[in-house]
Design a protein around this ligand. Structure first.
Ligand code: PHE
Length: 454
């Protein structure tokens, strides 16, 4: 039965899968995955990522969606409906706060995408491919903030206007085009001279490239890319009923999301080998990697049109994700503080403007501010992905084990699904999850403080 508490619901299975895939596929797949894979081990990273997604990611998505469906509430209310104890409430809030910290810096990267799109539209495609263009752009406080503001305004326009349905219709058309276009760019990228070494680096695991950081970064990336541990899936689950086979849809979303990430890796990493050599410096470029290498691929494909098309699609994929982040943040204020939508959206806008501008300035006017040795954007990324999300995931797993009970969870899941991978689910939730999360959390924090080197 659907929860009829006036919060609206998806039209059915297809609506749920589309919304979840629209939220999952975004900058995380196209921008973040390739640079992490390049930096932290290539094929070793890919292998660890896939293993984690099939076990850990699977168990987390199933748990969150089922919790949402059981309670019919967004994270804060969902956690609180099981118990009023302090840690349970805190667990709900940490899930809800994460999107508010992500959406500002997500919008800053969205601004970079807008900058490149504008570059191609206005006929400066060649300039985009020049060495130093990206650094020059980042160095300008005015330019970075202006393009960030454009992207943030688009996101908030959707939130204020409530045209969420429109966006979902757009993603129905856009997702397939994005997939096809990605294939075309992959085709070009892997056939550049010297690119094959990159294909090998990305697809063939080499244990010499493996480090603890491979696991830490792959886990953070998996949370980020699948929109796990930030309340999104609890909220989406609350919009579904028994007609949605949670197990089947989870597998579909995981496959689609991972496929786009792998294609993005095949677009970017071989190009790094073809155009910049495959040395550690070129591979370790970090957040700028996509913006530095892809314009070179487009230039060699010989047309600005491909740049326009590509960045337009990335922009749309990014928008569906940022809207779902901002939407969750708004919903929390509405549900928990009893605020009206405009008031909630206004507060989200203020947080977005303040934290987003800070991230922009971290590359120029405030570049001397380097929390834990990182620029401000990377710091927010680290704080949310490597610290807060593991904590949020711990809260969810402990809630399942200690408060809801594994048996009750399984009963909820089996209301709609055959639950073929029940054994995997049980094993991960009972034994694997907490140990891994503890290892990841401790090691990434120690690494960031410079206490150990992983
Ligand atoms: N999963 C999105 C991406 O890969 C980011 C995101 C996280 C979107 C959380 C919504 C919620 O880009």
């Amino acid at each position: 039965m659907k929860h009829d508490n006036g919060r609206g619901s998806f039209s059915g299975k297809m609506g749920y899968v589309l919304a979840t895939a629209g939220s999952a596929v975004g900058l995380g797949n196209i921008w973040r995955f390739p640079y992490l894979a390049a930096k932290y081990g290539g094929g070793a990273f890919l292998l660890v990522y896939i293993l984690l997604a099939l076990t850990f990611g699977y168990a987390m998505i199933m748990s969150e969606t089922a919790i949402g469906r059981m309670t019919g509430k967004s994270p804060v209310g969902a956690f609180a409906s099981f118990s009023k104890r302090g840690w349970v409430r805190a667990g709900g809030w940490i899930n809800a706060i994460i999107p508010m910290l992500i959406v500002p810096y997500y919008s800053v990267i969205g601004g970079w995408v807008c900058r490149y799109l504008w570059g191609y539209i206005s006929g400066q495609g060649d300039a985009m491919a020049l060495e130093g263009t990206f650094e020059g752009f980042l160095g300008s406080p005015v330019a970075t903030i202006a393009f960030f503001a454009v992207f943030a305004a688009m996101t908030m326009a959707v939130i204020f206007g409530g045209v969420r349905n429109g966006i979902e219709k757009v993603s129905r058309i856009m997702m397939p085009i994005l997939a096809v276009l990605t294939l075309v760019v992959v085709g070009f990228s892997v056939t550049r001279p010297g690119a094959l070494a990159g294909v090998r680096y990305f697809l063939v695991p080499d244990l010499r490239n493996f480090s603890l950081m491979t696991v830490v970064s792959a886990l953070g990336q998996m949370f980020y890319s699948l929109s796990i541990a930030m309340g999104i899936l609890i909220t989406f689950g609350s919009y579904t009923g028994r007609e949605v086979d949670i197990e089947q849809t989870t597998v579909q979303v995981e496959i689609f999301d991972t496929a786009i990430a792998v294609l993005a890796g095949l677009m970017v990493i071989p190009a790094v080998f073809a155009f910049s050599g495959g040395n550690a410096a070129a591979l370790g470029k970090g957040p700028s990697l996509m913006f530095v290498t892809l314009p070179k691929v487009f230039e060699s494909m010989g047309g600005a049109w491909i740049g326009v098309l590509f960045f337009l699609l990335v922009l749309m994929a990014a928008l569906t994700s940022s809207v779902s982040l901002a939407e969750t943040a708004c919903a929390t204020f509405e549900d928990e503080l009893g605020w009206s939508r405009p008031k909630a959206a206004a507060l989200v806008s203020v947080i977005l403007a303040a934290l987003g501008s800070l991230s922009c300035l971290g590359f120029n006017a405030l570049s001397h501010v380097a929390p834990m040795g990182m620029d401000i954007l990377s710091f927010f990324d680290f704080l949310t992905n490597s610290v807060m999300m593991p904590v949020a995931a711990v809260a969810t797993i402990v809630l399942v084990l200690k408060v809801i009970g594994l048996d009750n969870m399984e009963r909820e899941i089996m209301r709609s699904s055959a639950f073929h991978r029940r054994g995997v689910y049980r094993f991960v939730v009972k034994y694997l999850a907490l140990i891994m999360l503890a290892v990841i959390l401790v090691s990434s924090v120690c690494d960031a403080f410079g206490w150990i080197h992983i």
